[in-house]
Design a protein around this ligand. Sequence first.
Ligand code: SAM
Ligand code: SF4
Length: 336
Amino acid sequence: MKAPLIDPFARAITYLRVSVTDRCDFRCVYCMSENMTFLPKKELLTLEELDRLCSAFINMGVEKLRITGGEPLVRRDIMTFFQAMSRHLETGALKELTLTTNGSQLEKYSEALFAAGVRRVNISLDTLDEEKFARVTRWGRLAQLLRGIDAAQKAGLRVKINAVALKGFNEEELPAITRWCAERDMDLTWIEVMPMGEDIGSENRIGQFWSLKDVRAEYENHYSVSDLSERSGGPARYVQLAETGQKIGFITPLSHNFCESCNRVRITCTGEIYTCLGQEGSADLRAPLRASVDGPDLLDDAIRAAIGDKPKGHDFDYSRQEVAGTMSRHMSHTGG
Ligand code: SAM
Ligand code: SF4
């Protein structure tokens, strides 16, 4: 183990999210346009490079690794990457290996994921209505995702459902989705939609911004809701429903209220590191990674330099305008 990654504000960086592809088999309206141009293959980190990069972070104290995308499970041979990462679970250096997925490939991969040491998955699902599901994901089919959830649970993976809150789209489904999660013993988190890429309001009128304050108020119409103090170092807040005992999460991706405990950084599939989701600043790790194959280890220095530049947070005058406005990069680029 090397010296841990501590940023200038004394926060230890223990959580890494890595996007392994910008591609996806869905085209969710709030995430991608119908006709996406994806990156040429040579721009992407190879699986071997992803391994070296993640391992470097783990050697510097990252304990939790979340794989995302795009859709991580559509990357060719991605299981070999998960299998390779499991060696860090075996040594105890890595405490958790997990992924965020649209679920379409879980029927195929759940057992292999479990065998590689994955114990929890976040699966995105905004509606239980087949027609609405096809509309919001454009290319997705609900039945396939439901088979994926069955397979995940059968393999022993704990499932958390992530639903993007869309007013006029899944608003009336809140009790049904909540009940369905309770029946299947799955956690549920609502995500506030971020104005990324195209304007979702103009997309077949799929939905509008539905603030999580209002989602919470909607819960109060149906349940007795109490706040939980539990925090994860990230933007999620939790409440408990007295009637079912369920824990419901709320993620406001650009909220300012967790910066002081922020323990995470993100890496794109091209090896850019973003140390703050709310800011555009990034640094390139691909060049030092590629230059370090047979030469001096430039990667560790580049990682430490990037962490040394991690902003205190995005609740600052110089960044406010960007946070309030539209981020130019898509979630499929940085990984949600
Ligand atoms: N393809 C995987 C999936 O859908 O779970 C992983 C990548 S996806 C970018 C990660 C998460 O970001 C998903 O839960 C998705 O719903 C969410 N997401 C995408 N675009 C978003 C947006 N504009 N606002 C809020 N959440 C968004
Ligand atoms: Fe694909 Fe996930 Fe984006 Fe939907 S949210 S288009 S599933 S990357």
